[in-house]
Design a protein around this ligand. Structure first.
Ligand code: GDP
Length: 437
């Protein structure tokens, strides 16, 4: 996961601070120095890091803090808030309105994942009942037309585009595609306008315009992007950014923001192992909210983005509401109330664990029928000491699986139970992911 290293370093710094017997200026400075180092090593822009440090020091002013204040909590909260601030411009993204047609234009550097993300975005909204359509206004990259057309066809989304003509050559030409004569076109503005007009007539309510990848040194391509924007008048411009973008990220993102009215960001390739700090800086440069993240190459590897749960998870603080959402999403309706009641009473038993099957899918799919093999006493216990060798052997025999699988399922239960305990503690205690929303 992108940013994992940064998250690990920051949570270690916070942990070290928590271990100190007394929180004084030195402990705070050590903690902030560790965090600063981690942020810079991850490519977060120098100015952002400096501002963050200054803000935290302003909030955690030892002279102003009366005795009895929980300094640990105040420091942790300040760090959490500052990290959220980088990703949160404080204004919501444009929301699509049902019953109206919205035009959404995608911009970004070449290779950032724009074309893939256009289809993901269309597919996501199609599942929610929208009628999306895709327009390919990328006449620069060879293959862009074919790529978007193929993606659109696969996802059953209407598509408009024209194969590349010779750039700068105004003589119209045509090619044969699927035994049809198709006119080529080299002017992305013309294609974009034609596509938007066609899909408006066809009553599509979400028209997505994919544009060529470009970087700020390419003035002509930037000018062309502005022309597409002026001609199609998008309701929303989405800047697509690769999470592995390094130090140059801030300037590039700022150049896009200054040329077109970027209103939202989608960060792609979050499934990779990039340092990710460049992407954090770039998001700050756009002053626009991140609305989705890409987590793989497949069309449904796409997640809605929410700042606070993301930062909570990054810092290893758990995502309580995400956990609850998951329960609502996957546990059958008639079992939810009972399960939540049991969980809130604090006993995280094997029975609860097995009810939450899909959350621990690997374990359950490894052991179909395990729940039938467990005896009530075992199911209702939260103490794994009960699960001695002979019980484990019996369960393994019963569901016809190797002992190793039973052991792995129990291990999975143990870690989930631990997470649950931590979430409960954090829910009550000082570092509460839920309270920080
Ligand atoms: P464009 O030039 O900006 O249109 O980029 P493309 O959509 O062609 O994507 C470039 C490469 O990134 C392709 O190989 C995509 O499959 C890949 N890609 C896009 N989004 C993701 C993502 O979220 N995760 C991963 N692992 N790969 C992605």
């Amino acid at each position: 996961m992108v940013l994992a290293q940064l998250g690990g370093s920051i949570s270690r710094a916070l942990q070290q601070m928590s271990n100190a017997t007394m929180i004084d200026e030195k402990v705070l400075n050590d903690c902030l120095n560790d965090i600063t180092r981690a942020l810079l090593q991850s490519d977060v822009q120098f100015k952002l890091v400096g501002d963050m440090q200054t803000n935290i020091k302003k909030i955690v002013n030892f002279d102003d803090l009366a005795a009895g204040h929980n300094k640990r909590k105040i420091i942790q909260q300040a760090i959490f808030n500052e990290l959220c601030k980088i990703l949160d411009p404080g204004k919501p993204a444009f929301t699509l309105k049902k019953g109206e047609t919205s035009v959404v234009m995608f911009v970004g550097l070449q290779g950032s994942g724009k074309t893939t993300t256009c289809t993901k975005y269309a597919h996501y909204h199609q599942k929610k009942g929208w009628k999306p359509a895709l327009v390919c206004a990328d006449t620069f990259r060879a293959g862009a037309f074919d790529q978007l057309k193929q993606n659109a066809t696969k996802a059953k989304i209407p598509f408009y585009g024209r194969p590349n003509g010779l750039r700068g050559n105004f003589i119209t030409d045509f090619v044969m595609i699927d035994q049809e004569l198709v006119y080529t076109e080299s002017d992305p503005v013309r294609i974009a306008v034609e596509g938007v007009e066609r899909f408006k007539k066809e009553n599509c309510d979400l028209i997505i315009v994919d544009t060529s990848g470009r970087h700020k040194q390419e003035a002509a391509l930037f000018e062309e992007m502005c022309q597409v924007s002026e001609a199609t008048k998008p309701d929303l411009v989405i800047f697509v950014m690769d999470s592995s973008i390094g130090q140059a990220a801030f300037d590039q993102a700022q150049a896009f923001k200054q040329s077109v009215a970027v209103g939202a960001v989608i960060v792609t390739k979050m499934d990779g192992h990039a340092k990710g700090g460049g992407a954090l800086s770039a998001v700050a440069a756009t002053k626009s909210p991140v609305i989705f993240i890409g987590t793989g190459e497949l069309t449904d590897e796409f997640e809605v983005f929410d700042v606070k749960p993301f930062v909570s998870r990054l810092l290893g603080m758990g995502d309580f509401s995400g956990f609850m959402d998951k329960i609502h999403e996957i546990v059958p309706m008639d079992q939810q109330a009972e399960l939540l009641q049991e969980l809130s009473e604090g006993t995280f038993t094997l029975r609860n664990f097995l009810k939450m099957g899909p959350i621990v899918l690997e374990a359950i799919s490894m052991l179909p029928g395990a729940s039938q093999e467990l005896m009530p006493k075992e199911l209702d216990s939260s103490n794994l000491k009960l699960m001695n060798e002979s019980r484990i052997m019996r369960i393994a025999r019963g569901c016809g699986r190797p002992v190793r699988d039973v052991m792995e399922m129990l291990e999975k239960y143990k870690t989930t139970a631990k997470t649950w305990k931590r979430l409960k503690i954090s829910k009550k205690g000082d570092m509460n992911a839920q309270n920080m929303r």
